[in-house]
Design a protein. Structure first.
Length: 450
């Protein structure tokens, strides 16, 4: 007798329940047009690719890890649509990268929309809470000296790959200069480090000019013009310049100050999260470094696009001051109570903003559990899709928890009903306390005896 995975697995497992709730046909219809029906080899099944993307952020895994664990975990395979136990890899990790680029931000938003629909039977609030945070990029802490060293290494690497003539490698000189740049905060080393910084920038400029001349002579300058322009920006920028380059491989990274005591500056981009009263994320959008109040209208437009309804009230912190209404949505922020407010109104406002503070742990879970804490996707496109995948994974995890609670609650209700019916059939026995005679004088005295 032949058994499929569906017959062999535990039907109360959260991933098994979630796989039954998701409308996979929606993704098939939306992404089928992105593939050619006549040319090329058959593609990896769309459900498998979408399932791997969901599992990646649901379990906080990298592309390589989720592909490797798919072979070991039968629930992962069933979640991705397999009916029999598979032995080989589902795909290569590079195919996940290409699939993300293929579906784009519209596809990521479709996955977020489906995560909201799965929870829609449990959450239909008309009140929302909004907050913003920084999505940090996968870059080291930037300093001008560190970026200049990277420019020098890239010039030397490109010259070696193209076999270009180099008059001087500066290997011995740079080694001494790098040593002088260390411990610059010590009073005795500060001037020496500043002189070394200036000399390193001079050497970087010499290598760049020599590279430009050699590339022009070979007719290859146009192929590397964009990279050379970026390298010139790095070595010519000053400490207090605007629109600085903080990373060579991620030049779109911004320096954002959120006023945190433990982390004065964060390097990445700003994201906005909208949460309902019941804890469901109904909006997750990426921005550059806009003022918080300017993110309200795009965030509410996304909420209406994903849920098909408009929030009546949106509560935020004092960073959103300046806007009272957004369309038909009322925007409220904490403020001093009015003189004519009754005790009931003051208590109601206090409870509302206490509830608004619940969005802070939601953002914490997004960062620690669903890969929002460090964004490994490249470019502005990576910023846009990472926040949506993280929010979708949070919603799917919430749905898994609610499905489990529903099943166990249903079992408990059935068992309690059976117990009640048995109690009705069985004879009722009334339990009464046994009469106890009061202690005598001798017993009371013996109680205190040692």
């Amino acid at each position: 007798m032949f058994f499929t995975l569906e017959d062999q697995l535990n039907q109360k497992h959260p991933l098994y329940l979630l796989a039954k709730e998701i409308d996979w046909e929606k993704f098939e219809n939306a992404f089928r047009t992105l593939y050619s029906q006549e040319n090329g080899r058959p593609c990896v099944p769309i459900r498998r690719m979408v399932g791997l993307l969901i599992l990646k952020h649901l379990r906080n895994l990298s592309d390589e890890s989720v592909v490797g664990q798919w072979q070991e975990n039968v629930y992962y395979q069933y979640f991705c649509g397999e009916q029999e136990l598979a032995v080989g890899e589902p795909c290569t990790s590079t195919e996940l990268v290409e699939f993300r680029k293929r579906i784009g931000t519209e596809g990521a938003e479709l996955i977020l929309q489906e995560s909201i629909r799965v929870n829609s039977d449990h959450d239909k609030d008309s009140m929302g809470f909004i907050d913003s945070t920084v999505q940090e990029k996968n870059v080291t802490f930037p300093t001008d000296a560190k970026l200049t060293k990277k420019v020098i290494r890239r010039c030397q690497k490109l010259s070696g790959e193209l076999d270009l003539p180099v008059r001087q490698s500066y290997k011995r000189v740079l080694k001494d200069l790098y040593r002088d740049q260390r411990f610059r905060n010590h009073p005795k080393n500060k001037k020496k480090a500043l002189r070394a910084d200036k000399k390193v920038k001079t050497i970087a400029g010499r290598l760049l000019r020599e590279l430009e001349r050699n590339l022009t002579a070979k007719g290859l300058y146009d192929d590397y013009a964009q990279d050379i322009a970026l390298w010139w920006r790095v070595i010519t920028q000053q400490k207090n310049d605007k629109d600085k380059v903080y990373s060579i491989h991620e030049p779109e990274v911004l320096c954002i100050s959120k006023g945190k005591e433990h982390k004065k500056y964060e390097f990445g981009n700003k994201v906005s999260v909208v949460r309902t009263w019941g804890g469901l994320i109904v909006g997750a959008l990426s921005f550059r470094n806009e003022y918080d109040g300017h993110t309200i209208d795009p965030a509410l437009a996304q909420v209406e696009r994903l849920t098909g309804r408009r929030l009546k009230v949106l509560a935020g912190d004092r960073g959103y001051r300046g806007q009272k209404m957004s369309g038909t949505t009322k925007v409220v922020i904490p403020d001093t109570p009015k003189a004519d407010d009754s005790c009931y109104k003051r208590r109601k406002k206090h409870n509302l903003f206490c509830k608004r503070a619940g969005i802070e742990p939601v953002i914490g879970h997004l960062k620690s559990d669903h890969r929002l804490g460090r964004n490994f996707y490249k470019g502005v496109f990576g910023d846009e899709v990472n926040i949506m995948f993280s929010a979708a994974a949070y919603n799917f995890k919430r749905a898994m928890r609610l499905l489990l609670d529903f099943i166990f609650g249903w079992v408990i209700r059935i068992c309690s009903g059976m117990d009640a019916s048995r109690r009705n059939i069985a004879p009722r026995i009334e339990l009464r306390p046994c009469p106890v005679a009061p202690p005598t004088h001798t017993q009371r005295s013996a109680r205190w005896a040692f």
